[in-house]
Design a binder for this molecule. Sequence first.
Ligand SMILES: Cc1ncc(COP(=O)(O)O)c(C=O)c1O
Length: 296
Amino acid sequence: MYATELVEALADDLGVTPAEVVVGNGSVAVLAHVLQTVVEPGDEVVYPWRSFEAYPIAVAVAGGTSVQVPLQTGAGLGRLDLPALAAAVTERTRVVMVCTPNNPTGPVVHRDELDAFLAAIPSDVLVVLDEAYLEFVRDPEAPDGLAVYARHPNVVLLRTFSKAYGLAGLRVGYAVARPRLAAGVRAVSTPFGVSHVAQRAALASLGARDELLARVEHLVADRTRLVTGLRDQGWEIPETQANFVWFDLGERTVQRAEEARAAGAVVRPFAGEGLRVSVGEPEATDLFLRVSATWR
Ligand SMILES: Cc1ncc(COP(=O)(O)O)c(C=O)c1O
């Protein structure tokens, strides 16, 4: 019912027990199940904004109240404001989301700021570390999620096969949580929820780590080329550790997305805010750099 073979393989891979791993139809489903497990109507869920667009939906469906905390601006453009997230916690708060790297802006939180943040969070408030883009992270100051989880019983990790593994269409993600919470999450999960095909694909991917790492390494190299190219053009873009870069284009966002599309580069507009540009084939990086040069 609960993808036992995959759960056991993941537990083995991560160095935790199978009782601490829950899988679901993508990490977005697992997040919804985590929230359903702990959020009562009217409870608050604190999260950074802008961040992953499923957060407000999952909170609303769980009956919770969203408390959105703005990202940093200026020198910390696009970074989570961890002191502000901690300050937003009240007696009604059940969960705080920490998206690292943050979608759609790209920066990671750093070990020291996360330690200070966790020290400020009451032990009965869950902290969900959403590590969907973990495999792309190269910043030596980024935290080791499993080590953080080991030290803090109120931390839950969310991970996915959708990004670096390239299996988004098959829908497999998982949470790592203490056994009592994991049992609660399993209890609200759809039985037989992860298809057999998705389980086999995830298991095969776990067994092909070298290919995965090689593919991710190529992508990270092209990310560096894209970021360097953009900075050389004079753009101020956040310090991305994900497989995308963020352009703070405000009111010009939709028009720029349309211009990029017309030139052959599909990018993701967030109307009135900015563009998220994913790192794709090297040819796409070259093409996008030509487009962005015309915008300066
Ligand atoms: C930060 C973050 N978390 C989770 C997800 C969900 O991924 P999935 O449900 O495919 O595992 C995404 C996908 O865009 C994401 O950006």
